[in-house]
Design a protein around this ligand. Structure first.
Ligand code: ADP
Ligand code: MG
Length: 244
């Protein structure tokens, strides 16, 4: 199979008269682990959501794994099968057990057989450290456990790309480490990951690239060493002073 490529060219996105993304041009390659940082309201979530068609783009082009997301005829369901997403608020199906949450999409969308889907879900639960929670309902889980189930659920579709939108922002501090550890393991296995986060330590340690956005534009894009060690843009310097 061809290597995963994501190619974004002069992406603009407006909500009414509010232009949120103001011309983003960048590329990502297979195996990239990219952390996206920046102030609240700078368009980070909107940007991630354009990559799996959760937001319709206003102009420019976004090509993900050969799918042109600026083309209205692109099958978004197919794109979403290849692009997993993890949200700040977990978004588990509240009325389904953990294992049913994980097997739902493979059974419905991939027509995987039940035994295979279940075996895969159990493997994934082991991977995220929750083997004993297969039959629990989401409401019985802590935030950190819910988020690890959400990651397992996304992985059950064998995505080529994983998007994380502030996956640890809703968690109590003592839960954050377990979730970041699962994400670090994924990165080590070579998963391509784009992660919006305020966890600067994680970005420094795990990412091969860090992007700073502000006002709907990319203001800096470099290695973590360079971006944190030698920030150039005044707004990045200002941001880092506030968060570090
Ligand atoms: P961030 O994730 O960096 O905090 P967002 O992408 O969530 O930023 O939001 C950027 C801007 O877009 C904000 O001004 C927000 O109010 C606006 N916005 C986001 N989603 C919508 C929407 N569905 N409808 C209208 N405005 C939106
Ligand atoms: Mg956001």
């Amino acid at each position: 199979m061809a290597k995963l490529k994501i190619d974004i060219n002069d992406l603009h996105k407006s909500f009414g008269s509010n232009e949120v993304l103001k011309g983003i041009t960048t590329k990502f390659n297979e195996g990239d682990v990219v952390c996206i940082i920046g102030p609240s309201g700078s368009g980070k979530s909107t940007f991630l959501r354009t990559l799996n068609g959760l937001e319709v783009i206003t102009s420019g082009s976004v090509i993900v794994d050969g799918y042109d997301l600026s083309d209205k005829n692109t099958n978004l369901n197919q794109v979403r099968q290849e692009v997993g997403m993890v949200f700040q608020q977990f978004n588990l199906f509240p009325n389904m057990t953990v294992i049913d949450n994980i097997t739902y999409a493979p059974l419905e969308l991939k027509k995987m057989n039940k035994a295979e889907a279940k075996a895969k879900a159990l493997d994934l639960l082991e991977k995220v450290g929750l083997s004993d929670k297969a039959d629990a309902m989401p409401e019985m889980l802590s935030g950190g456990q819910k988020q690890r189930v959400a990651i397992a659920r996304a992985l059950a579709m064998d995505p080529d790309l994983m998007l994380f939108d502030e996956p640890t922002s809703a968690l109590d501090p003592e839960m954050v480490g377990d979730v970041l550890e699962v994400m670090q393991d994924l990165a080590k296995e070579g998963m391509t990951m784009l992660i919006v986060t305020h966890e600067m330590g994680f970005a420094r340690k795990v990412a091969n690239r860090v992007i700073f956005t502000d006002g709907g534009q990319i203001l800096e894009d470099s290695t973590p060493e360079e971006l944190f060690g030698n920030p150039k843009h005044p707004r990045l310097k200002d941001f880092l002073e506030k968060v570090l």
